[in-house]
Every structure is written in C-alpha cells, then in structure tokens.
Design a protein around this ligand. Structure first.
Ligand SMILES: Cc1cc2nc3c(=O)[nH]c(=O)nc-3n(C[C@H](O)[C@H](O)[C@H](O)COP(=O)(O)OP(=O)(O)OC[C@H]3O[C@@H](n4cnc5c(N)ncnc54)[C@H](O)[C@@H]3O)c2cc1C
Length: 446
C-alpha cells in the first residue's frame, strides 16, 4: 500500500493501515510538515457548526468523541505528547450585530442538539477575567477542546516508524496505471484502468495494490490522474500568529484558560492558549491560490480584532507569524474512500477541520483499505459525489472543469504541474492573483 502525502492525514492513514497488518510505504519529501505546522489545533466540532453543513457536523462530532482515546493511544505508541487539552471554548460577541450573529449560531447549535450554553457578558468575564468590558454575550461550549498540531504530527511520524511504515523522502511525481493506453484520450477516463503505484521524483517506481492520495491542497496536481478522478481540492490560505505570555504576566495567573472565539464586526477571530504559555491568534481565510506570503494587512487585522476582544494581547511577545494552505473542497467536507479509479483511494479536502478529523479519518481509511468499502457513517463523504457520470472519450482533449467549476491542469506525464516543491507555481490556466481581489471576503476560520 502506498500513501502519497505525509501531512497528518497521510500519517494517520499509514499508521492505522500498518496497525492492520498492511505493508505500507509513505512518500513525501518532508513528512510531518504541511498545514499542521500552521494550524491552531482547535477541535471545534460545535463552535464550527455552519448552516447547511449538518452532515459534516456528524463526522466532526464522531471524531471529537474519539479524541481522548486517540491522543492517549498515540502517546502510548509514540512515547510523545500531543498537547491535547480538554479546556472547552468560549465564543463571544462584541457589538449588537455580532451578538445577533452569535445568537443565530447558538440557535442552530440548539436545533442540532449540541451542548452550548448562552452566557451574558458578565458571565463570560467571570470565566475569562481579561476579556474586554465591551463583550456583550457569548456561548460556552464545554466539549470543544484543542491539541497542538505540531506535536500531533511529530507523534504520528514516530508512531508510523514504530509500526513499520517505510518512508520515501521524495515527491510522487506521477501515478502509474494499468489498462488502457497512455494516450491523451485515455488520460481523460478512469474506465478500464487501475492505479498500480507511482513514479517518485528520484526516479524510483513504487508498486502498490492500493494507493492513497493524501496530498492536502496539492492533491489535484498529481500527474497521471485521469481527469475524471482529479479531486476538486483547492488551497485556502490562512495566516495566524503565535504570541507568548511573558514570565511576569504568567506568574500573575493564566492569561486565558480556554479557547476564546469572537465575532468582531462580522468577522471571526480565535485565541488558543497553549499549555506552554503560547497564545495562537488566527486566522484569515483567503482565496489566493498558492500564495503563502505573510502580509502586514493580514496580521494587522488579526491583532486589531484580538485587541478589541482581549486588550492585554498587545503586552505579549510576538514569537512567529505564519501562513498555510487548507485543502478546501466544494462543500467544505473531506473526500474519503475509493475513487472511480480502482486501486486509488482518496483522503483529502479536510479544509478547516483536518486536525479535528484526524482520528476518524484514520479509522475510516483503515476500514476502506481492509474491506474495500466505506463504513456506513462515512458514506456521505465518498469522492464519488463529485464524479461526473461516465462518458465516452472525446476525440480531443479540451480544457477540463472540476465539479466546483475550477479549471484543472492536464494530468499528463509531461505536465509541468507535478509538484516540484512545497509551493508550486500556479497552474497556467488558473493563475493566483498577486493581491487580494477587492471583492474577495477575508473572513476568519480555523
Ligand atoms: C491557518 C490554519 C489554521 C487551521 N486551524 C485548524 C484548526 O484549528 N483545527 C482543525 O481541525 N484544522 C485546522 N486547519 C486545517 C488543517 O491544518 C488541515 O485540514 C490539515 O492539516 C490537512 O492535512 P493534510 O494531511 O490533508 O494536508 P497537508 O497538511 O497539506 O499535507 C499534505 C502533504 O502531502 C504532501 N504532498 C502533496 N503532494 C505530494 C506528492 N505528489 N508526493 C508526495 N507528497 C506530496 C505535502 O508535502 C504535504 O506534506 C488549519 C489550517 C490552516 C492553514
């Protein structure tokens, strides 16, 4: 079995597969890297509830329930901490419009039967005394916890090694296929073909009975993928910053005891306190293609809003500024399970919930790889929901469109788009704008 991609999703898949006795190879030039090096690590099944995403909510809750046992098992298997903290989350609002928005979210949470309690501003400040006096109300969610994604990735890496996973520190350059010929027409369709492994950037061929594509936001760019199985995954940029509470301030008591999320003039912000004294402030959501620049504007907006919610934030030391790419999908839900191409399984598109969804993804993929089928609770997340109906091969190779309407690069071997590094050039038919389009919203999400 070959896993392409060693972010947290590829790693958890490889770990669980090896535990089930599958001979597992993982290809990634830098396993343990990816979006987890940037992510805040909120396990926000309830506070991340969105209108129209009730199906995803079920999977998020299933993963959140697994987290305590998963974190304990991973620490046992790796001998390393994960930074899992059962601290709860307080979501607050500043002005009356923000409060109305939070009230709507709370009503949705209640309709979904979730454990979320409305608090007055005073009750919020009783929980977190350093909140601004202007906080008008909030929602206390006792069950939304956090983990440190960097520790999670490091522990998964060690657990994989101990379970016998073989690492190939190289890009998978091209998927190899058996079946129909290697013509442009055949490259359009999965029909009559099967994934057989991959050619790596170092020239080696890895043969595999099953290939799992877990390449995060790069998943759609693997050369050799027939056009009708290219996953409609796109990069969604997020910027955040890491602060540290200085020792004298920390000695006076906890700066924050739990994750605080806030609606500030319609935008969202979060502050995640780590056990080691760091405070994560995030995050922007920007549709800018492969751009991973940290911008003054992005950081200014985060700090400005954080200061309104928690005025003391400007006393903290700035440790690091970061930008990363979430693997976004058209319906914000992951693509899990067999694709239209026999032998090719997808584990991608986890978007803003990849850290939260790590435990359940490992279980789902282990089932798929050993039984060939998705467990019932994961069936809504089949990649087939985006597959076009089978069609006869066209005479020529026109530009292709994915289910979300984005044009995709051609998947032929000669494509210059096979990944050559962590920040590839934009596809020629979908250039990343140099600056944020003026009409593009910059909301804040995990
Ligand atoms: C700012 C920000 C904040 C976030 N906050 C949260 C949060 O609070 N909670 C939460 O649950 N989630 C959060 N997320 C989302 C979460 O980080 C991602 O969903 C998750 O990390 C995706 O993991 P992945 O393994 O699918 O992809 P990635 O992390 O992108 O990893 C993909 C890996 O595949 C490799 N790869 C790609 N193509 C190839 C190839 N051809 N050959 C070999 N290797 C390849 C890459 O090198 C990379 O290592 C956040 C993300 C960001 C950016």
């Amino acid at each position: 079995m070959l896993v392409i991609g060693g972010g947290i999703i590829g790693l958890v898949t490889a770990w669980r597969a090896a535990q089930r006795g599958l001979r597992t190879v993982l290809a990634d030039p830098a396993p343990g890297g990816g979006a987890a090096q940037v992510a805040a690590g909120m396990l926000a099944a309830v506070t991340e509830t969105h209108f129209g995403e009730e199906t995803l909510l079920g999977l998020n809750l299933a993963s959140a329930r697994r987290y305590p046992d998963f974190a304990a098992e991973l620490t046992e298997a790796s001998g390393q901490p994960t930074g899992y903290r059962a601290c709860g989350t307080l979501a607050v609002a500043l002005d009356s419009d923000d409060r109305a928005q939070l009230r709507d979210l709370h009503a949705l949470q209640q309709r979904c039967g979730l454990d979320a309690r409305w608090l007055t501003g005073r009750e919020c400040r009783r929980l977190e005394p350093l909140l601004a006096p202007g906080v008008r109300g909030g929602v206390w969610v006792e069950g939304d916890h956090q983990i440190d994604p960097r520790l999670l990735a490091a522990a998964l890496l060690t657990a994989c090694r101990r379970a016998g996973v073989t690492f190939r520190h190289s890009w998978a350059r091209r998927l190899t296929l058996a079946g129909a010929g290697d013509t442009r027409e055949a490259a359009e369709h999965a029909d009559g073909r099967r994934a057989t492994g991959a050619v790596l950037a170092d020239g080696a061929r890895v043969a595999a009975g099953q290939v799992v594509l877990a390449g995060g936001s790069l998943s759609g760019r693997l050369a050799g993928l027939p056009a009708d199985v290219v996953p409609p995954v796109r990069p969604v940029k997020g910027q955040l910053l890491r602060l540290r509470v200085p020792a004298p301030l920390a000695a006076a008591g906890p700066f924050l005891s739990r994750t605080v999320r806030a609606v500030v003039r319609g935008g969202q912000i979060y502050l995640v306190p780590r056990a080691n004294g760091e405070l994560i402030v995030g995050a922007t959501t920007e549709e800018l293609g492969w751009d991973t620049a940290v911008t003054a504007g992005g950081l200014y907006e985060l700090l400005r809003d954080a200061h309104e919610v928690l005025p003391g934030v400007t006393e903290l030391e700035l440790v690091e500024t970061l930008a990363g790419l979430r693997p976004g999908s058209p319906d914000n839900a992951p693509l899990l399970g067999p694709s239209r191409l026999p032998g090719l399984v997808l584990a991608t598109g986890h978007h803003r919930n990849g850290v939260l969804l790590t435990p359940v993804t490992g279980d789902v993929l282990a089932d798929v790889l050993t039984t060939g089928e998705l467990p019932p609770y994961a069936r809504p997340f089949t990649p087939l929901r985006f597959s076009p109906a089978p069609a006869p091969a066209p005479a020529t190779a026109p530009a292709r469109t994915t289910a979300n309407g984005a044009r995709t690069p051609p998947p032929y071997d000669t494509s210059p788009l096979a990944p050559a590094g962590p920040a590839p050039a934009p596809a020629p038919d979908r250039p990343a704008p140099a600056t944020r389009p003026t009409d593009a919203p910059r909301s804040r999400k995990p």
